[in-house]
Design a protein around this ligand. Structure first.
Ligand code: IFM
Length: 453
């Protein structure tokens, strides 16, 4: 029999969600329009033209969802705030009903014994701010600091764990560079100031939150794949360097006081993304961005194998056709638990964050409920088991891993894939909004209870 894997006392076992992916109520009770509302309401942007207008109807069903979390024994819940629900114009007048929603949610969680972890920006920027230039302009970073102030002043007495941004790389590169995400722009020369203003706003928000919330811990969540080369050829190795540099180091290096990585600056320059150099970086900005944080959140899902097949050796990830659901999730993402050990060790030993959380990890499988209402999502159980074991190996190697948030509590709106991908440990019937606890959730409940498996 395999040895038991037991996690440290007080290990934080949670699940994560994001406002636009679950809340619905896109125009209720004074909420302003977000960039994701605008994007999904534009035909042709999202698979099946799905929108988050209703999503999991969590705005209405939040009490039931907390009861569900309590039943699963979750210790913590990571959720994000819809900025335009609280500040419809992005700054200025507060929408009290929107703020009350989150205040009640926090009270409900605390009453259920669940620790709230708030993410301030999980991508749904107020459209009003986008109309003024979005993340490409510095004033949006200033507005973010005001938004952080409103939230931490109101909830900071009860919420002690704050994440400024979720995966800023995705906003910058996919929202403004490739256009697969809102606001759907396709200009890398805009992406670079976008990335900078996201990071700057993070740096400005950290002391604001600390000032409003005594003993608060503040961090940022970055996405990081396990990038490996298909061969030892210079081109393949270069592809790994360029891709992980663009997706991870471009954000982690400045947050940890190293400034922007020069090799990637060169890459951006070569691709014409820096027509005016780095003129969006003002004096003192890099010090602001490097404001010390309490933790880093890492989102890990998959391994990326790089083969530089394109004529100009652009970073290229090889995605062979998914064959076996034990090796590939339905997103077509390759499963590699060892990659989790790899990224945790790499980030900790390289950047020395005070603490690390896995703020997202999970798998998309569409397993439906059977006639009895059970959801036998065995592949997700295997995915989680092997990744939890990997996280434990990283702990043994000395990584100060403090918690693990499974993505996601509920099946939800998976961005450009609409509702076609299901990441939840709880199945959602979108017609009836009925929730079905999947086998993975039942298994996870046991892990939390035993603090291991
Ligand atoms: O659903 C997303 C989440 O919003 C951000 N990280 C990756 C998840 C799965 O694609």
């Amino acid at each position: 029999m395999a040895n038991k894997i037991i996690f440290p006392d007080n290990f934080v076992w949670g699940t994560a969600t994001a406002s636009y992916q679950i809340e619905g109520a896109w125009n209720k009770h004074g909420k302003g329009e977000s960039t994701w509302d605008r994007f999904t309401h534009t035909p042709g942007k999202i698979k099946n033209n799905d929108t988050g207008d209703i999503a999991d109807d969590h705005y209405r069903l939040w009490k039931k969802d907390i009861a569900l979390m309590k039943k699963l024994g979750l210790k913590a819940y990571r959720f994000s705030i819809s900025w335009p629900r609280v500040l419809p114009a992005g700054r200025g007048k507060v929408n009290q009903k929107g703020l009350d929603f989150y205040s009640n949610l926090v009270d409900g969680l605390l009453k259920a014994g669940i620790t709230p972890f708030i993410t301030l920006n999980h991508w749904d920027l107020p459209q009003k701010l986008e109309d003024e230039g979005g993340w490409a302009v510095r004033s949006t970073a200033e507005a973010f600091a005001q938004y952080a102030d409103v939230l931490s002043r109101t909830l900071g007495d009860r919420v002690k764990n704050w994440i400024t941004h979720n995966e800023p790389a995705v906003v910058a590169w996919m929202g403004y560079g490739t256009g697969q995400h809102a606001p759907g722009l396709t200009d890398f020369s805009i992406s670079l100031p976008v990335a900078h203003h996201l990071l700057l706003s993070h740096g400005w928000a950290v002391p604001v939150i600390r000032g409003n919330s005594s003993n608060a811990e503040v961090g940022i969540t970055l996405n990081i794949p396990w990038a490996v080369a298909a061969s030892n050829s210079r081109a393949d190795l270069n592809s790994v360097r360029a891709d992980e540099g663009r997706w991870f180091r471009w954000f982690a290096d400045p947050v940890y006081g190293r400034g922007y990585p020069s090799d990637i600056t060169l890459d951006f320059d070569k691709m014409g993304a820096l027509p005016n150099g780095m003129n969006f970086v003002q004096s003192g900005d890099l010090d602001v961005i490097a404001t010390p944080t309490d933790f880093v959140g890492l989102n890990y899902y998959s391994r990326h194998v790089h083969r530089a097949e394109t004529p100009n050796n652009d970073p290229q990830i090889v995605f062979p056709k998914p064959q076996n659901p034990e090796h590939w999730t339905e997103m077509g993402w390759e499963i590699e638990p060892d990659g989790l050990v790899g990224i945790l060790c790499r980030v900790y030993f390289n950047y020395q964050p005070r603490k690390v959380y896995i703020t997202e990890n999970g798998a998309s499988y569409s397993t439906p409920p059977d006639a009895k209402g059970n959801v036998p999502d065995i592949h997700r159980v295997n995915y989680l088991r092997t990744h939890f074991a990997a996280a434990h190996r990283a702990l043994q190697a000395g990584v100060p891993l403090a918690g693990y948030f499974v993505w996601s509590l509920l099946d939800n709106f998976e961005w450009s894939h609409g509702y076609s991908q299901r990441f939840g440990i709880v199945y959602v019937d979108y017609e009836t909004q009925k929730r079905y606890v999947k086998d993975s959730a039942k298994w996870y409940k046991g892990v939390i209870k035993k603090n291991g498996f």
